[in-house]
Design a binder for this molecule. Sequence first.
Ligand code: 5GP
Ligand code: MG
Ligand code: MG
Length: 201
Amino acid sequence: PAAAMVGGGAGADAGIDRVLWTEAEIAARVSEVAAELAADLRALREPAVVVGVATGAFLFLADLVRRVDAPLAVDLVRAESYGDGTESSGRPRITSDLKVDVAGKHVVVVEDIVDTGNTISCLIAYLEKKGASSISVCTFLDKPARRTANFQLVGDGKFYRGFECPDSFVVGYGMDYAELYRNLPYVGVLKAEMYKKDTSN
Ligand code: 5GP
Ligand code: MG
Ligand code: MG
């Protein structure tokens, strides 16, 4: 939808100021990333384990894996660092464990957005400790302007990203503000007045 058409009513988009990537733009880009990832995964000798990071990556994960034509397992972890605010606490925690054994496996971590890099660093350390033989990162959005933690991929791991994100807090396509807006099919920026109630951190 055009900027003029969002944010006014009582729907899921209430409070959205403008759209950064539309549903169609997202779909097109996810297909490209999936093709790149599929080519790499098909070259492996055994199925990779795709680990989505809940809750934010759930739509990207679902759209991505169904477009990846390669054998793979899917699992989820939960990592939390934000609370209800817009600034990371800097100390992420893994609050839900994997079901699949990743020892000796090629792991692809699927994230909604890499911002400071703290969460992905924490996840890489966690998966490395569990014996993953390689760790790739596939993030829908990458916000390099705010990076403070330089994460290192493991083994032959690669970095895949959908879009480079400007330095503003975005919502939609899985990403929340205070658990809302995850169901928007596009990515947008909130109106400034939506943050007035922000008392976290
Ligand atoms: P990091 O640890 O890299 O600073 O942030 C990682 C997590 O914080 C992301 O996976 C995401 O859940 C959340 N996050 C970072 N930036 C944004 C943003 O602009 N919007 C939303 N909704 N979440 C974000
Ligand atoms: Mg996340
Ligand atoms: Mg969040």
